[in-house]
Write a protein that binds this ligand. Sequence first.
Ligand code: KG4
Ligand code: ZN
Length: 352
Amino acid sequence: MEQSQDTGNRGRVWILGLESSCDETAAAVVEDGRRILSNRISSQVEIHARYGGVVPEIASRCHLELINTLVEQALQEAGLTLDRLSAIAVSHGPGLVGALLVGVATAKALSYAIRRPLIAVNHLEAHFYSNLLSDSDIRFPAVGLLASGGHTALAYIPRPGEILQLGQTRDDAAGEAFDKVARVMGLGYPGGPEIDARAAEGDPAAIDFPRAYLEEESRFDFSFSGLKSAVINYIHNLRQRGGEENLPDLAASFQAAVVEVLVEKTIGAVREKGAATVLMGGGVVANSALRREMRRRLGEECPGVELHYPPARLCTDNAAMVAAAAYPQFLASNFAPLTLNAIPYLQLWAKP
Ligand code: KG4
Ligand code: ZN
């Protein structure tokens, strides 16, 4: 099919973004890559909370039931009809394959129906674009830290539209470690906000948990499974001896170990790359200690380097970031074919 590249919008670019990679179904319209006209999100977190984590098949079914309604709501809120859109963008990976396919199939059908280009967006890259939606004045080159429930990665972003992965987690994502540790502590799901709240009353130096910095060639990779096991062993040993854990101290000490590694490696990447800015994204960026420590240490060790992180509703999965990430691709006419597929293990790619 010939896809029309005529926006018909007198110079304005209106991109509809779709997101269904995990447990949030979302649709949004963004103007010129920056201005959010609508941002509809339906979270399944309460459904999955019963099981203590995301159940892939339930997630796919929920996406299928919700996505068309969300698209309608996003268009209505933006005051647009389908035929006025410039392009349709979708997260095609990484994520749960069945979940991703719902967004990909929907985006393909819409693109075909309205004869507008289809744009494939890397979900990890999209997280960094949340910053461009809330802060228009960002200096590049930047180092990006993504810390969410499914991913933890460091990236070098020389300019919008270009990204190079520096490292990623070898095992658990930072948010996953928060969720698993919270479960053993008897706290609810998702565990990150629960640990964050308990930690506020605790002593971060109470228990010396391990920090994995890894060997030199893996200096920008992460590993949180050793820390997670150390916390679980600590709790089990204590309980076996008839003791009871001090939840605030435990939460604060675990959190301090995660935050120290995230901050230290980000600062290492800033120095090595001579970055002007740090962009953070992902659900864990809501963590108060991470924000505080990143700001403090950048201020002390890398004066002049700016720190940006999105407001809470743009830290977690949303479709506005997908539409924003698609904008440079739209300008470069980098469109996807209608044979586009979901890629569950897609990484942050290196572009020239
Ligand atoms: O970005 P997100 O919605 O999920 C993925 O795309 O994977 O992030 C969810 C993750 C969960 O693991 C949750 O526990 C964590 O972000 N999280 C936090 C906080 N708020 C959410 N982790 C630490 N501190 C928080 N305040
Ligand atoms: Zn995400």
